[in-house]
Design a protein around this ligand. Structure first.
Ligand SMILES: [Zn+2]
Length: 136
C-alpha cells in the first residue's frame, strides 16, 4: 500500500499526503524523491537537533489540494519540496527555527504562530530566504 512507504527513519508518505482527508493527493515518483530529499537532508537532522518528533500539518499537495487549501500557484508543496511543521513539544519551537535558519540546505523558512513552512531545493542552490513572523 502506497501510504505505508517510509521516506526516512521517522517520516512516512502518509504524513506528507494526508490521503485520509485528500484521497486523490497522489505524488509522482519524482515528487516522492523530492520529499525523501527533504526528510533526509532537513527534517531528520532538525528532529535530531531538537530531540523531539515533528508533526507535519501539510506536506505534498496536488493541484486540487493546493487550490483547496488556498496555496499560492507556484507553491513548493506542489513538487514535494516543502512542509508545514511544528514540534510535538511546543517548547522546542525556537530551537527548531534556529536550526533551520542556520541550515545550509534551507530554501525558504517562513514562520507562523507555533508552526513554520520549510522548503528545500534538490536541483537548485538553496536561497536561504528566512522570514520570521511571516504568517500572522
Ligand atoms: Zn507551506
Amino acid at each position: 500500500m502506497m501510504d505505508d512507504i517510509r521516506l526516512s527513519s521517522h517520516f512516512t508518505l502518509a504524513e506528507f499526503c494526508n490521503r485520509r482527508r485528500y484521497p486523490a493527493n497522489v505524488p509522482t515518483v519524482q515528487q516522492m524523491v523530492n520529499m525523501t530529499y527533504g526528510c533526509l537532508m532537513l527534517l531528520e537532522p532538525a528532529r535530531q537537533a531538537i530531540g523531539c518528533p515533528l508533526i507535519i500539518n501539510s506536506g505534498f499537495r496536488c493541484e486540487a489540494v493546493n487550490r483547496q487549501v488556498g496555496g499560492v500557484r507556484s507553491s513548493q508543496h506542489l513538487q514535494g519540496c516543502a512542509a508545514d511543521i511544528r514540534p510535538q513539544d511546543p517548547a522546542q519551537f525556537q530551537r527548531l527555527i534556529a536550526f533551520l535558519k542556520a541550515h545550509d540546505l534551507t530554501d525558504q523558512l517562513l514562520t507562523g504562530p507555533g508552526w513554520l513552512h520549510i522548503s528545500w531545493a534538490p536541483f537548485a542552490p538553496p536561497r536561504n530566504y528566512v522570514r520570521i513572523g511571516y504568517y500572522k
